[in-house]
Design a protein around this ligand. Structure first.
Ligand code: MN
Length: 241
């Protein structure tokens, strides 16, 4: 019997299914773009002016990733847990300081994503100038669908929508992204050496709002696919990833 060098079991490799492939995509880092649709920036009370602003980012730990179809308990320490439906870019090649015109080279494909957020904590932390981690890096809060592989294709348009219990809550189009996919990859690559398996959540359109236990969320992005999530009671045990 081989003895493990580790005192306890290392975390499992997080991975996502790829449409039409047997192999799965191992996931590296989870990057999130902040306000990237004007109507959502306005509903957050922080409008964006592209001529003077730059995109900004936050991260979640890879351990917060769950696959579409999961049932995730309502998280602790919030009374206002929000849905944010987003296009996710899957990075498939290394890149650092990549020009926007060359950024498509880094794209492996796309997925649908949900960036679930403790909105009450986010606003409280924001207003005190504190980090967002407790609002954003929530266990089970980064939900991602299967990946559609479309190497080197910069998606520029397509309907994006989310319904809760069959009622549409968010509806927009990818052509309303303030910074498009190529611009985001280029800008993020100024800060990070991007690597295969990095996921970039590109921001949510307007219509974010609270969920409650028992809710069923279903999202769709034209040309990408669908995503679903069920909210379980607060004291439910999280599903094993
Ligand atoms: Mn978001």
């Amino acid at each position: 019997m081989t003895q493990s060098p580790y005192l306890w079991s290392p975390p499992p490799v997080r991975s996502l299914a790829i449409r039409g492939a047997d192999a799965r995509a191992p996931v590296n880092r989870l990057f999130f773009v902040g306000r990237n649709y004007h109507a959502h920036a306005a509903e957050m009370g922080r409008p964006v002016d592209r001529s003077v602003d730059r995109p900004f980012y936050f991260t979640k730990s890879p351990q917060s990733l769950v696959e579409s179809g999961a049932r995730v308990p309502y998280p602790p320490e919030t009374a206002n847990y929000h849905h944010e439906m987003e296009l996710v870019v899957v990075i498939g090649a290394r890149g650092f300081r990549v020009a926007a015109a060359e950024a498509s080279r880094l794209i492996y494909g796309y997925a649908c994503g949900l960036d679930m957020t403790r909105r009450d904590l986010q606003f409280a932390l924001r207003d005190k100038g504190r980090p967002w981690d407790l609002a954003k890096d929530v266990e089970g809060s980064a939900i991602v669908s299967e990946i559609i592989p479309v190497q080197a294709v910069a998606l520029e348009r397509g309907a994006i929508e989310l319904s809760v219990n069959g009622e549409i809550r968010q509806r927009s189009d990818l052509d309303k992204l303030i910074w498009n996919v190529r611009e985001l990859i280029a800008d993020l690559s100024l800060f990070y050496h991007l690597q295969p398996g990095d996921l970039v959540f590109t921001g949510t359109p307007e219509g974010v709002g609270p969920v409650k236990p028992g809710d069923v969320l279903e999202g769709r992005i034209e040309g990408v696919g669908t995503i679903s999530l069920s909210i379980a009671p607060a004291d439910a045990a999280p599903e094993a990833q």
